[in-house]
Design a protein. Structure first.
Length: 312
């Protein structure tokens, strides 16, 4: 039978073991607390509208809605599901794949367009293979703008989640009237990184055609093999370098991103954005009742789209 240790030695060993466990216990507690806070934040943000956030513009008065002829509006989009459009993680994992997105969301957009009396243009045939697919939005918008007063561009990874919101009501709420000819030419939103090119309105005008031409000619911004194709950076560059008078006359940035370009929020490594810029996150996060959701920056786009469509 081995000799028994003195009570004092046994107690020292127990205390030493507990000291070694303390960092692990602290880390476990902090991890649990962090996860709890993130899930609580997700619960709150998803209910931002019911908690007082106001994304929606006021509806136009009946008298005003008949004072101008109704605008011709088209929803324009495209999707490229070719192998060339896919981005991979090291090791071969797919990243930002658009495979299956078109079949998942096209019906959602077509039904909305038919219900509201808008045109719907699938510009997939206009994809220019010499650049990343996102750049072809410029070609698609430029081609459609000849036939409509307004083009509402939205990237393929968008889902309309509130079909009761009309595009006219969004434009009226931002511009304050329904006269197309005296409206700004480009209506965009901003996210945490600045102007976003994934969803925007553009009006038929000479200025718009020139602007689209300049945008397409920003070839120095074209990027291959990255999640950033460069079209967004080129748009931001053009807007940032407009003379102040031209900017005020032709470009309108929505004060609330969630008006027509909401992003879903979920606990992830990007959650630090909530701490860095809580106001921007609050203004742009997807909440129940928002008009459209943009799956920007997400990998499983088809899965996200199908989940959102189940909730609509």
């Amino acid at each position: 039978m081995p000799p028994r240790l003195p009570v004092r030695c046994s107690l020292r060993r127990t205390i030493a073991k507990r000291r070694h466990l303390r960092p692990f216990l602290y880390l476990s507690f902090l991890l649990f607390l962090s996860l709890l806070i993130l899930h609580l934040a997700s619960f709150i943000l998803r209910r931002a509208n019911s908690l007082g956030r106001c994304c929606y513009p006021p509806s136009p008065p009946i008298s005003l809605s008949f004072s101008f002829p109704r605008s011709k509006i088209a929803i324009v989009t495209l999707s490229d599901e070719s192998k060339e459009s896919e981005i991979y993680y090291p090791g071969g994992w797919k990243r930002r794949s658009f495979v299956g997105v078109r079949n998942a969301v096209w019906g959602n957009k077509r039904r909305y367009a038919e219900r509201m009396g808008y045109g719907f243009v699938d510009a997939t045939t206009l994809v220019d293979r010499s650049r990343p697919p996102n750049w072809s939005k410029v070609l698609a918008v430029r081609s459609s703008l000849r036939f409509y007063d307004w083009v509402f561009w939205n990237d393929a990874d968008t889902v309309i989640t509130n079909s009761d919101v009309s595009l006219e009501s969004i434009l009226f709420g931002l511009i304050g009237h329904g006269d197309v000819q005296s409206s700004p030419d480009l209506v965009v939103t901003e996210d945490l990184n600045g102007v976003n090119s994934g969803v925007f309105f553009i009006r038929k005008s000479d200025w718009s055609q020139r602007f689209l031409e300049k945008w397409w000619n920003q070839t120095s911004f074209v990027q291959f093999g990255s999640t950033k194709s460069g079209d967004n950076a080129a748009l931001s560059h053009l807007i940032d370098h407009l003379p102040q008078e031209e900017l005020q006359l032709h470009v309108l940035i929505s004060p609330m991103q969630c008006l027509f370009n909401s992003y879903p929020w979920y606990p992830s490594w990007k959650s630090y954005h909530l701490l860095i810029s809580p106001r921007k996150t609050w203004q742009g996060v997807y909440s129940n009742g928002d008009f459209i959701v943009h799956l920007a920056g997400l990998d499983n786009k088809r899965g996200w789209a199908l989940k959102l469509l189940q909730d609509v």
